[in-house]
Design a protein around this ligand. Structure first.
Ligand SMILES: Nc1ncnc2c1ncn2[C@@H]1O[C@H](COP(=O)(O)OP(=O)(O)OP(=O)(O)O)[C@@H](O)[C@H]1O
Ligand SMILES: [Mg+2]
Length: 250
C-alpha cells in the first residue's frame, strides 16, 4: 500500500498519514470546513479591493505550524465556491503539497521558473476542475533567489490572467528568507500560528521581520485552536499588526 510514495510503510507511518488525510480538503469535518469558509470570507474583505486575481502567501514563524494544511484547505474552500484557484508549492526547500495531495511532484514551479512552458490544464486537480495544483518540481539550489526573481514575477502575471485566486505555500520566516523574497510580488501574507506549539518569542521575531520587510500581512490563522469555535483556526487580524505599513504590490 504505497499511499504516499514513501518507502516507510510501518503501521505507525500509515496511521500518521491517514490521520493527516482527515485534516485535508474534502475529508474535513463540518466544523473545520466551516472555519476555512470563514477565513475565505474574511479574506475577501481584507484583500485589496478590485485586484485581479489576488496572490496570497501562507507562512509562519517555524516549521510544522500548519502552513501547507492551511494553504490546501483555503484553496479548496475558494474552489468549492466556484472560483478558479491555483495552489502553488512555494516551499522549494521541503516541498509537501505533492505528497499531501498524492500527485507527482514534477513538473512544477521550479520547471516553470527554469523557462519550461506548460498548460494550466496540466495541473488541474482530481477534485474540482477549477482547482489547480502546481507542485514544487525538482528542488532547485537557490530557492530564495528564484522566488523573488523577475521570472517568478512573469510566471505570476501570466497565471493571474487565467485565475481568480493564487495561494502560495511558503517556508517559515524565521528559518529562511524565501517568504520575504517573494513578498513584493504578492498581494499579502497569511501567518499561521499553531496553538500550544508556536513559541511567543519566535512569533515576535517573525512579525518583527515581516514588519521590517514591509510585508502586507492580511491576517493570522490560529491553527488547531483549543479555545473558541472548532478544532481549526479562528481567523482574525493580528492586533499588533493593524497599523503596519502596507507592502508593495506587483
Ligand atoms: N489543525 C490540525 N489538526 C491536526 N493535525 C494538523 C493540523 N494542522 C496541521 N496538522 C498536521 O501537522 C503536521 C504539520 O502540518 P503542515 O505540514 O501543514 O505544517 P507546515 O507548517 O506546512 O510544516 P513545514 O514547515 O514542515 O512545511 C502535518 O502532519 C499535519 O497533518
Ligand atoms: Mg509545509
Amino acid at each position: 500500500m504505497e499511499l504516499f510514495h514513501n518507502k516507510n510503510t510501518s503501521k505507525h507511518f500509515l496511521k500518521e498519514n491517514i490521520d493527516e488525510r482527515k485534516t485535508l480538503h474534502q475529508n474535513l469535518d463540518f466544523t473545520a470546513a466551516e472555519q476555512y469558509k470563514l477565513i475565505r470570507a474574511n479574506l475577501d474583505f481584507t484583500l485589496p479591493e478590485n485586484e485581479k486575481c489576488p496572490v496570497i502567501g501562507v507562512t509562519s514563524a517555524m516549521r510544522g505550524e500548519g502552513k501547507s494544511t492551511t494553504a490546501i484547505n483555503l484553496s479548496y474552500a475558494f474552489a468549492e465556491k466556484g472560483s478558479r484557484v491555483l495552489l502553488i508549492d512555494g516551499d522549494l526547500r521541503i516541498p509537501s503539497i505533492a505528497k499531501k495531495m498524492q500527485i507527482e511532484s514534477s513538473p512544477g514551479l521550479a520547471d516553470l521558473l527554469r523557462g519550461k512552458g506548460a498548460q494550466l490544464s496540466e495541473f488541474q486537480s482530481y477534485i474540482f476542475k477549477n482547482w489547480y495544483i502546481l507542485p514544487s518540481g525538482d528542488v532547485p539550489p537557490n530557492p530564495s533567489e528564484l522566488l523573488g526573481s523577475n521570472r517568478m514575477k512573469n510566471v505570476l502575471s501570466a497565471l493571474r490572467e487565467m485565475l481568480d485566486y493564487i495561494i502560495i505555500d511558503l517556508p517559515p520566516v524565521n528559518i529562511v528568507s524565501d517568504a520575504i523574497s517573494i513578498s513584493s510580488l504578492i498581494s499579502g501574507m497569511i501567518v499561521v500560528i499553531r496553538e500550544e506549539y508556536t513559541e511567543k518569542k519566535e512569533l515576535e521575531r517573525c512579525f518583527r521581520q515581516l514588519k521590517l520587510s514591509n510585508v502586507n500581512v492580511l491576517g493570522c490563522v490560529l491553527n488547531e485552536a483549543k479555545s473558541g469555535g472548532g478544532a481549526y483556526g479562528k481567523y482574525k487580524k493580528y492586533k499588533y499588526y493593524r497599523s503596519a505599513p502596507k507592502g508593495q504590490k506587483s
